[in-house]
Design a protein around this ligand. Structure first.
Ligand SMILES: Cc1cc2nc3c(=O)[nH]c(=O)nc-3n(C[C@H](O)[C@H](O)[C@H](O)COP(=O)(O)OP(=O)(O)OC[C@H]3O[C@@H](n4cnc5c(N)ncnc54)[C@H](O)[C@@H]3O)c2cc1C
Length: 414
């Protein structure tokens, strides 16, 4: 075991929540360690859309220019594709400067790498690929045990110590940390899938919500002509599709078990005209990825002297595409509370209480709104009802985008 090294804060996970927090704290002069188990750049299950409500924050993080230079086209229309139904409505802009700003999508291989590089340049020490496996009290400090594989595939352990520990490890990976969620497997679980395609005919400024039996998803153009398609599908529905020897695609009967990705792709193509039109002649760019089950809900923001940001603190159904926003913005809220709090355990308790109140004020509505929309999309007949509603009242899509937080300003930022 290596000698323990000491920091002001240890951040576990280098998704948008972990890197943005590490970046802000390092710029303030904190000694920050970021621990990430995967090698970057890496692709990730995610629709990759970032709302315009984040423009001011991206600029404050000083990655706004790089994000604009790399991200896909502005998304000025929101859509609803379900069965034979295709409906569109204006996407509301978010006030930023003299004009309205619009959201755009950027591949997570690029976004997460960009943020990590910025955190490194700000002075954060990066431990990667390293998995955090335990957190223990160590006097006034806490000790985080991290493991890396050496060249002989043996695990090499290191202890990092800091008074402030931040769980930014997301919510989809099981693990041994007190902040990680217990593993569960239910037939109603939603599993996440995502792929990139090139050559798609989807309108570049349109982001449609997709519904299909047993799931929902979305499509959007990201960087370099890559169209990102992502979806969530019920575990029991997926199992049925994979087993179903009578499943037909392009008039051809399928035989034997399908891979999960094949089953998802074929089901999307067969059940949603908007998807089959958009992917007609398109080429898969890289593999289909899977993750989950996803765990929507509101969790603790500060518990057992561990702060949580991003999905670790709470997660909305991806049907509203607000997870990256919540990851970036929750870290901003926590960094703001750290700035005003006294040091020591009592100061951490104060910061934890204030951060929890700020988190709930900013995100609770969108978590509940997303749960209601997802419940409707997943219920039998629900998608047909949604289709009828948006056909008659397309403005409901614009309203839904407002309610999901896409235009909501971040406290303390303009
Ligand atoms: C199908 C789907 C589509 C989505 N589409 C969108 C969208 O279009 N827009 C949007 O805003 N959101 C979307 N989301 C949600 C979004 O992907 C997440 O909310 C977001 O990634 C959360 O960021 P995070 O930083 O909290 O966690 P993550 O991005 O999950 O990052 C956590 C990091 O921690 C690392 N890690 C985990 N455990 C450990 C450990 N023990 N030690 C070290 N490192 C560890 C992981 O490797 C990972 O890099 C979608 C989600 C799904 C499932």
């Amino acid at each position: 075991m290596r000698r323990p090294s000491t920091h002001d804060a240890i951040v576990i996970g280098a998704g948008p929540a972990g890197t943005s927090l590490g970046l802000v704290l390092a710029r303030r002069g904190w000694a920050v360690a970021i621990v990430e188990k995967s090698v970057f750049p890496r692709r990730k299950v995610c629709g990759e859309y970032i709302s315009a409500s984040n423009l001011a924050l991206l600029d404050r993080l000083e990655i706004g220019d790089a994000w604009r230079a790399n991200a896909g086209p502005e998304i000025r229309r929101v859509g609803f594709f379900s069965g034979q139904t295709n409906v569109e409505a204006p996407m509301p802009g978010a006030k930023y400067g003299p004009e309205d700003g619009f959201g755009r999508a950027l591949g997570r291989d690029i976004l997460d790498f960009l943020l990590l590089q910025a955190a490194r340049s700000a002075g954060a020490e990066i431990f990667q690929p390293c998995r955090a496996v335990a957190i223990d009290q160590d006097g006034d400090m806490q000790a985080v045990r991290i493991q890396a594989r050496d060249e002989n595939s043996r695990d090499e352990a290191t202890i990092l110590r800091a008074p402030v520990i931040v769980a930014a490890h997301g919510s989809w990976d099981p693990g041994t940390l007190p902040s990680q969620l217990e593993k569960a497997s239910l037939s109603s679980d939603l599993l996440g899938f995502k792929a990139h395609f090139t050559g798609s005919s989807l309108a570049p400024d349109l982001m449609p919500l997709l519904t299909f039996p047993g799931g929902y998803g979305g499509m959007v153009f990201a960087d370099h002509g890559r169209m990102s398609i992502s979806c969530c599908k019920r575990r029991d529905m997926l199992a049925r599709l994979r087993r179903d020897r009578g499943f037909e695609h392009d008039g051809i009967k399928q035989d034997g078990n399908l891979s999960a990705a094949d089953a998802v792709f074929r089901h999307l193509m067969a059940s949603c005209r908007g998807v089959s039109d958009a992917l007609d002649g398109a080429r898969l760019d890289g593999p289909w990825l899977a993750a989950g089950p996803i765990r929507p809900g509101i969790r603790a923001c500060y518990e057992r002297d561990i702060f949580r940001v991003g999905n670790a603190a709470g997660e909305s159904h991806p049907i509203i595409a607000e997870g990256i926003s919540m990851a970036l913005q929750s870290s901003w809220l926590l960094a703001t509370e750290f700035a005003g709090a006294p040091s020591g355990r009592a100061g951490r308790e104060i910061a934890g209480r204030r951060y929890r109140a700020a988190w709930r004020g900013l995100f609770s509505t969108r978590v509940y709104a997303a749960a209601a929309i997802a419940r409707m999309a997943l219920s039998p007949g629900g998608a047909a009802l949604m289709g009828a509603a948006v056909r008659n009242f397309p403005q409901a899509l614009t309203l839904g985008a407002h309610m999901s937080g896409k235009t909501r300003a971040i406290p303390g930022l303009r």
